[in-house]
Design a protein around this ligand. Sequence first.
Ligand code: URA
Length: 220
Amino acid sequence: MEVLKTNIEILSHPVIDNNLAVIRDKNSDCEKFKNALKRITYMLVYEASKNLPTIEKEIETPLEKTICKVFDTSAQVIIAPILRAGMIFCEVAQDLLPFANVHHIGMYRNEATLEPVWYYDKRKKIKENKEKVFVIILDPMLATGNSAIDTIKNFISKGILEKNITFVSLISSPEGIKKISENFEDVKIITASIDRTLNNKGYILPGLGDAGDRIYNTID
Ligand code: URA
């Protein structure tokens, strides 16, 4: 399948590769899975935050004064985890960006239509100056792209600029990437892998199974 998106970064790094192998392995238990996933998430969120604005600040070391760069906290950074699997990304993102607002997005997938159904949308007021509002959407699996599209549309309807939206996923399908790129040219996607395809239930192949079930140990 042709992947149209040009605004996409596939992070390639031995630490990511090694931990991807752990999370793909069906024999990795919940603890192993979560730890490996967090290690990759740090790298993805580092990348997603690399263009956030900074300002200069005078700091006094034990020896002398110096000028350092610190986050410009007059900018609003919104971390938007798509429940429930996105929650694990959220802990890492908050660790790296402690001043960010967390906007939880609750959606589940209607198993018949594969369309997202909203049940939760908790947000803080968004700042007037939209040039300085940055949204990082977190969802471990970019599969059909339906919940990604709905979430992005929702932020755009609140005035957020496409160029300030980054979608972070651990594993993506070519179908999901194509869908985002066809709808939103300027939204950036950061992922650790683009897998082969989706199966008829909307799961990514080879993928890692159901991310939420593996994170929260709810496999029957
Ligand atoms: N959600 C998952 O958790 N896994 C997939 O493969 C697709 C969607």
